[in-house]
Write a protein that binds this ligand. Sequence first.
Ligand code: FAD
Length: 406
Amino acid sequence: MRITCVGGGPAGLYFSVLAKLADPSHEITVLERNPVGVTWGWGVVFWDDLLDDLFRYDKVSAERIWESARKWDEYEVRATGKPVTHLAGYGFSLGRHRLLEILAERALELGVTISYQDELSDIAALPPADLVVACDGARSRIRDSAAEHFGAEVEVASNKYIWLGTPHVFDTFTFGFEKTPAGWIWFHAYPFNSSTSTFIVECQPSTWAALGFDSLDARAGTAKLQEIFAKHLGGQPLIDHRAEVGGTGWLNFRRVTAQRWDHGNVVLMGDSAHTTHFAIGSGTKLAMQDAMALADAVASRDALPVALERYEHRRKAALAPLQKAARASSAWFERFEEYADLPAKRFSYALSNRRGEYATWRYLLHMSTQTRVLRTVLRWTLSARRWSRARKRPVTPGRPMLTNTA
Ligand SMILES: Cc1cc2nc3c(=O)[nH]c(=O)nc-3n(C[C@H](O)[C@H](O)[C@H](O)COP(=O)(O)OP(=O)(O)OC[C@H]3O[C@@H](n4cnc5c(N)ncnc54)[C@H](O)[C@@H]3O)c2cc1C
């Protein structure tokens, strides 16, 4: 089969790997508009569920992802006027650059052709292919060129956000809320290698305008954020890549949905089909799980239209609960004032239960594990669970099961 993937993000590259593994005779080309090694964004987080899937589908790339990932324990919650509290849990993070490097390297090893600096401007200009995978991100040109067919809708969230990086290496996933005279502004930060952390800043539009971000350029805006969050940054700067090229990195999250995902031999995958708010950190995971489901469908003996239909149904069913959670989560941050004055422990519990689904025992566990001793016991218990889950994965002998735990 001749397959063209438009977009060399996590979805497109991972699909090319899995499709080639399933059938080495496929001729697969990935078109990517950026030069090799260039991408947007910083580090992304993920959890055991994605790792289990990655090891099941391709052990080689899974091991490389695992070795490069930063492991962190628990969440720290800081808020002006409140003592620091903690939320139970653990996770992993990895720089987007490193993830794409691993996936591209694996794709090339298997014989996929990756054409960098190759931007598709018109789908009619594509060479003939049996299957065209539109994995060209949230602003997909392919989806928008047949908008009436795909039934795509874009809902724009009200809060403003900016995705920055910093050389300050946070110990663990940290939420920080600062009260300014203009209103509350907060960050979601986590380390993703030994020298860099992701630092996403978010606030309501009224605060954003009152702080002057509507008129500051990228450089001045970043300097202002550095001043607001100085006590969290250990003297290190915030970095906005856009400052080097002008413009501003402030955005409103765009929630994309599409009623249909296929049209003839064209199929949507990853952010081009659906986006999921970053407050639950799952877009990359869902894009890679789309790639797994599409590769399974293509490998089946079904006719292409049937296979694509099955892929869409499987993924829409899997996405529904996470999209509900993402909506509840982003709405929590949009209604932030309702929670801002809660006492520290109740505030951090409200943050962790922003989907509103937790049973009472979780509240009791949260309140009782804010003391150092009980918190440590809970951390050990969760570390044991992570270790035991890692042991069940088919790691090549000699490779580490757990490294660089934060
Ligand atoms: C602030 C923020 C934080 C996030 N944090 C997380 C997180 O912690 N965990 C997580 O799982 N997800 C996170 N995400 C979501 C995640 O980044 C996306 O869901 C994921 O990148 C989707 O992958 P994709 O391959 O579908 O699209 P993309 O990663 O957008 O890749 C699309 C690719 O297509 C290329 N392209 C576009 N148009 C063309 C064209 N016409 N021709 C050729 N190439 C083209 C682009 O250059 C790009 O390389 C976050 C998102 C944001 C905004």
